[in-house]
Unconditional design. Sequence first.
Length: 271
Amino acid sequence: MSMCRKAIWLTLVPLACVACDAPQAGSAWKWDLGARTNGQAWTILCLEAGDPQRQANVEALADGLRRLKELDRSQVRVEHGPQVSRIYYGTYYGSTDRATGRWRLDPRCARDVRHIRSLSVGEAMPFLMAKPTPRPTAREDPPEWDLRNAAGMYTLQICYCINKPGFPDRREGAVAIVRQFRSEGEQAYYYHGSVKSLVCVGSFDGSAVIADGQGRYRYSEEVVELQNRREDFQFNTEWLQKVYRIGPDGQRSAAKSFLVEIPRDEESPLW
């Protein structure tokens, strides 16, 4: 199902362009998500191999890394998948330079990458392609908070999270926001799309959208009441910060929250 059918907008005048006052890396987010998650974790992908003898070779190379006094042996990790085996080293986080406002990865990561790339085994240099990469994590998000398991036809989208430097992983961030709303007694849900993770609240049946005799649509009193209950629910924010749009008249306004259909399949129908 396409996005235009999923998002139930009631905007009469189309917006000409968008100006996003998106949160800057290191800004103070509500509920201090950055402190809670310590940002996106990175690691060094030292080597990946897909040859028939890959498992034995990768284990031998990993043991060699563990014996180096310049490296922390406890930080060497091996993962064997169905087709590829990989060696990872270390865990690193980024921070925002207060002078420039720019996000950068821990300088120790670049130092360790240079050292690992320089290592040789005889004439071979097996780690020459070592590089920083987001650290893979196993996720177990509460299924009862998954929007696909919510009752009803519609829900109110109030926030989206995208991956960006200096911020937590979008999935982790969205679940953290839902967890906070849930602790406050709100009916909140997350949805992980291919690019964005959404935070939505409430669930409504088909009566949430009302048509008048002129072919115009409006939200039901129940939806409007939810939007007006708290400021968090009035806007569709990025990482809990307002996104501003510029209309044809040049006026600047914050993007409002809106209804979306609750997805019922495993495909990525929206985002």
